[in-house]
Design a protein around this ligand. Structure first.
Ligand code: AMP
Length: 214
């Protein structure tokens, strides 16, 4: 099963991707997470991406496309994968189709997480992630068992730099500017399914199970 999770930041893609990944034992590939790790490690790619990521702008297509090509060519993606946060625009979608064709693969579904701006801001400002393993928490909706500590690995929970309100607004603006052509691209291919993502994550999980068998 090769899945794309589309939608604005804070729509719950990362949370559902982690659940689907666990259920089907297929990798959850978050381009944002890969970029944040590159920045943390101070790699060349990280140095190039840092200013874009921290200000909420898109990293140039050629960098991200190459990164995804390398990742989905790995053997752990043979049984399927979940792409979270990629593609982000029409150009990336086209490049992905070409790359998958070369690998003899195709996308099964593109799930469009549709969430309203108020819910997104509330989710992102309350979001905390593990500084080690990137597991997602929320101070109200999905709190850790021990305040400030990751349930999974004991790492310290932090707020992402780009989860501050001003950067969130910029990320939403960037999303709105590039989303429609991307959604149209998958709609035309008959692969787009819209998920009402304002609901609590447990309800969204159930909906995905019932309707999309994921
Ligand atoms: P995310 O974790 O998906 O919210 O992504 C965090 C940040 O990483 C974004 O605001 C962008 O700066 C960068 N990023 C992630 N995915 C992409 C992508 N497909 N294209 C360009 N930039 C990306």
């Amino acid at each position: 099963m090769n899945l794309l999770l589309l939608g604005p930041p804070g729509a719950g893609k990362g949370t559902q991707a982690a659940l689907i990944s666990k259920k089907y034992s297929i990798p959850h590939i978050s381009t944002g997470e890969i970029l944040r790790n590159c920045i943390k490690n101070g790699s060349e790619l990280g140095k190039k991406a840092k200013a874009y990521v921290e200000s909420g702008h898109l990293v140039p297509d050629e960098i991200v496309v190459q990164m995804v090509k390398e990742r989905i060519s790995k053997s752990d993606c043979e049984g399927g994968f979940i792409l979270d946060g990629f593609p982000r625009n029409y150009k990336q979608a086209e490049e992905l189709t070409v790359c998958l064709k070369e690998l003899g693969k195709e996308i099964d579904s593109a799930l469009n997480f549709d969430a309203s701006e108020g819910v997104i801001i509330e989710r992102l400002t309350g979001r905390r992630i593990c500084s080690k393993c990137e597991t997602i928490f929320h101070i109200k909706n999905m709190p850790p068992k021990v305040d400030g500590i990751c349930d999974k690995c004991g790492g310290k929970l932090i707020q992402r730099k780009d989860d501050e309100e001003e950067t969130i607004r910029n990320r939403l603006k960037v999303y709105r500017e590039s989303a429609q052509p991307l959604l149209d691209y998958y709609q035309k291919k008959g692969l787009l399914f819209t998920i009402p993502a304002d609901k609590d994550y447990r309800e969204v999980e159930k909906l995905l199970k019932d309707y999309f068998k994921v």
